[in-house]
Design a protein around this ligand. Structure first.
Ligand SMILES: NC(=O)c1ccc[n+]([C@@H]2O[C@H](COP(=O)([O-])OP(=O)(O)OC[C@H]3O[C@@H](n4cnc5c(N)ncnc54)[C@H](OP(=O)(O)O)[C@@H]3O)[C@@H](O)[C@H]2O)c1
Length: 209
């Protein structure tokens, strides 16, 4: 399969890209040094290159993240909202708009975002983050509606937080209770290709339960 991983620069990207490479797939990693996902024309160019080289894309895993919060609701910074809007919503818009036509060319394309429990249960100081994740979820559900009946699926994975080996090494005493390991996340994403599209399209899969 041809798998595009956007926001691939960090440990989560490494785990997801590594998983698909290990299983023999072609992975196109997109980190900030490759393409600025806030630059719509650059993302569109990337889609054009993938189309010319491969003709389709079988999986898009969008991993750009970021978090900001405040001590109370009243202290919420709208600068934080602007930042989170760019990171969590605008990059998703650029990637999904550019790659939806290529996903349709796959027999069973999969589009995946990783959302947070906070989107459904916002805390007082987490308004900007929760609202941005909720918007990203709604955007992804709209993509799911677009893919209905094509064999493709867009799916939201919900975590409390992610953990990787570097975090465990930095805090050996921490329990990371309720966190999802990035390798487990990668395996869940891989498993989406084994499930019928109709079963997972437009769904929120809660990895914390
Ligand atoms: N970490 C958590 O606990 C947690 C909790 C809930 C949900 N999630 C979600 O899970 C996913 C992965 O999380 P994560 O913590 O691994 O994400 P992350 O490290 O915050 O972001 C992933 C990568 O996105 C890149 N990126 C940011 N802006 C970009 C741009 N304009 N163009 C290209 N790349 C850009 C970053 O590159 P730079 O390093 O160069 O900035 C970073 O390497 C995200 O969608 C996140 O919202 C994570």
């Amino acid at each position: 399969m041809i798998i595009l991983v956007t926001g691939a620069g960090g440990p989560t990207g490494e785990a997801v890209s590594g998983y698909f490479r290990k299983h023999g797939h072609t992975v196109i990693d997109v980190g900030r040094q490759d393409v600025d996902l806030l630059d719509r024309a650059a993302v569109q160019d990337l889609a054009g290159r993938v189309e010319r080289e491969h003709g389709r894309v079988d999986g898009v895993v969008h991993l750009v993240g970021g978090w900001r919060g405040s001590g109370s609701f009243a202290e919420t910074s709208l600068d934080d909202w602007d930042l989170l809007h760019d990171l969590l919503i605008r990059t998703l818009q650029h990637v999904s708009l550019a790659f939806e036509p290529l996903l349709r060319r796959s027999e069973d394309g999969r589009f995946v975002i990783v959302s947070a429990k906070a989107a459904q249960a916002p805390s007082a100081g987490g308004a900007a983050y929760a609202a941005a994740k909720a918007a990203a979820e709604a955007w992804t559900l709209s993509l799911a509606d677009a893919l209905k009946g094509t064999g493709g699926a867009a799916t939201i994975l919900v975590v409390k937080a992610l953990v990787n080996d570097a975090m465990r090494e930095a805090s050996p005493e921490a329990r990371f209770s309720g966190f999802t390991d990035v390798n487990e996340l990668a395996a869940v994403i891989g498993g989406l290709f084994d499930r019928p599209a109709a079963e997972i399209n437009g769904t929120r899969l809660d990895l914390t339960s």
